[in-house]
Design a protein around this ligand. Structure first.
Ligand SMILES: Cc1ncc(COP(=O)(O)O)c(C=O)c1O
Length: 470
């Protein structure tokens, strides 16, 4: 990791921004609010003068550019590559979403196939619509008792590689949103055997390189490209993510850079870029690593407490799969996850990451204190002692789409076909023209080109109409 060598190095974008606001210039350029002077005063008071002073874009004040990366931004990307164990790192605005779209556009095209797990994030589907490649779906294990998708079986990847020609790359999501970890080592070896690049959407695993008690990173295990949502668990600001190219990858970084150039804003927020730089510096510092250890300890503490509650259960690792300890998925006997979420929110002022018809997800974050977890454990204990059987289970809307898709048409062709909007009930046996995916976790119920069936309806409770092909 080279922590000692990098500890002396500051965060270049943070430093450059600091310098820029210390030496203000007469500004005749964007952003037009001009250091906050042209801003609605109530908003200014809310956000703070300094935040607006820092709100600038690239090219000005020696801050470098994002596309292509120059100056402090380039330097910050290089430091990030070193910290995450990559050959090259790209900073992403618009989240890992833009990373996924750039990967599909940069590495695949119409006529090619991409082997991909069906429970991928909707941005993967967006990427495939943009590139025109056909997905070859991998259906991971289903943890039916938990209403969750599980691990991807390496043998399924191998089978898909054996059965399909013209595969541009293999694309897996690891971990799942709820922290289920697949055997990436074996998947990576299989991909190498078939000379096919491996891309890993590791959006939820950006802390892994910084603590040995967390799962091994896909970059370490030989992935060619890895995407990290630093803003999710790594401490950067919302929307900011990173895309890494593996050290031994033969993928030409220019393919990704060119796609990002097409997709990125031409006015990147220096505040967001600085927050990525700062997050890397923090995770790579002693204090940051202490906070990761604390997050792990807090998770262990909560898990131990939950083990003592007879009617609340937690998803744990198993012989077939690992889990990321900091993502704690629980369910309570007789109460749906949504109801448990409401009890926590309204009775105890606790907000958790997400809830489904079955359970809910708690994140142990680097910013949480041990006290937070003591309070949460105490509340769960109180809940476990109370009788909530009078509350309806509220399971009308199923949360996690776990269907096997019936593809009728290429995603891109379907997306660009003539379409009409029909009532949901009239959409049965028609072909979907849109991606329907609830966020979180953003896993598609339907994608363009897929046959709509009765079995989709329980997932579509909140939809009145659906866009279908004419
Ligand atoms: C697995 C996965 N990949 C990608 C994304 C998109 O990430 P972002 O919100 O950073 O655009 C998400 C978002 O939830 C996700 O769960």
């Amino acid at each position: 990791m080279g922590l000692l060598s990098r500890e002396k190095i500051k965060a270049p974008i943070v430093e450059a921004l600091k310098k820029a606001i210390k030496n203000p210039t007469y500004q005749f350029h964007i952003p037009g609010h001009t250091k906050g002077n042209g801003v609605y005063s109530k908003f200014k008071n809310l956000i703070g003068e300094k935040a607006l002073l820092l709100d600038t874009t690239d090219e000005f004040d020696g801050l470098g550019t994002l596309n292509p990366a120059t100056g402090p931004i380039k330097k910050a990307q290089e430091l990030a590559a070193e910290a995450f164990g990559a050959k090259q790192t790209f900073f992403l605005l618009n989240g890992s979403t833009i990373g996924n779209i750039a990967i599909a556009m940069g590495l695949s095209r119409k006529g090619q196939k991409v082997i991909v797990n069906r429970n991928c994030h909707r941005s993967v589907m967006t990427g495939l619509i943009a590139s025109g490649a056909d997905p070859v779906w991998i259906i991971p294990e289903k943890f039916s008792d938990w209403g969750l998708w599980g691990n991807i079986k390496p043998q399924d990847i191998e089978k898909a590689l054996q059965e399909n020609d013209n595969v541009a790359f293999v694309w897996i999501t690891n971990p799942t949103y709820e922290g289920v970890v697949s055997n990436v080592k074996e998947i990576s070896e299989i991909c190498k055997k078939y000379n096919t690049p491996l891309v890993v959407d590791e959006a939820h695993g950006c802390l892994w390189n910084f603590d040995e008690h967390l799962p091994q990173t896909s970059l370490e295990l030989g992935a060619d490209i890895v995407v990290h949502s630093l803003h999710k668990t790594g401490g950067s600001m919302s929307q900011s993510s990173m895309l890494h190219i593996g050290k031994n990858s033969t993928i030409e970084p220019k393919h990704i850079e060119n796609a990002l150039m097409l997709l990125h804003t031409t006015s990147p927020s220096l505040t967001l870029l600085a927050s990525l730089d700062a997050a890397r510096a923090h995770l790579d510092s002693k204090r940051g690593q202490k906070q990761i250890q604390q997050a792990i300890e807090n998770a262990k503490y909560l898990r131990k407490k939950i083990d003592n509650l007879p009617n609340i259960h937690q998803l744990k690792h198993d012989g077939d799969y690992e889990t990321d300890i900091t993502k704690i998925f629980i369910k309570a006997d007789g109460i749906s996850g949504k109801v448990l979420e409401s009890i926590l929110e309204y009775d105890f002022h606790i907000e958790i990451e997400s809830a489904s018809d079955v359970g809910l997800l708690i994140l142990s974050n680097i910013g949480n204190s041990h006290k937070d977890f003591e309070y949460l454990a105490k509340c769960l204990k109180k809940i476990s002692k109370k009788d909530y059987s009078h509350i309806p289970k509220n399971v009308k809307q199923l949360h996690m789409p776990m269907l096997t898709p019936e593809i009728k048409m290429n995603l891109q062709e379907a997306f660009y076909s003539d379409k009409e909007i029909v009532k949901k009930e009239d959409a049965i046996n028609r072909i979907s023209g849109e991606i329907i995916a609830e966020c979180p976790p953003g896993i598609a119920i339907l994608v363009p080109g897929e046959l709509i069936k009765e079995e989709h309806l329980p997932y579509l409770e909140s939809y009145e109409t659906i866009e279908v092909l004419k």
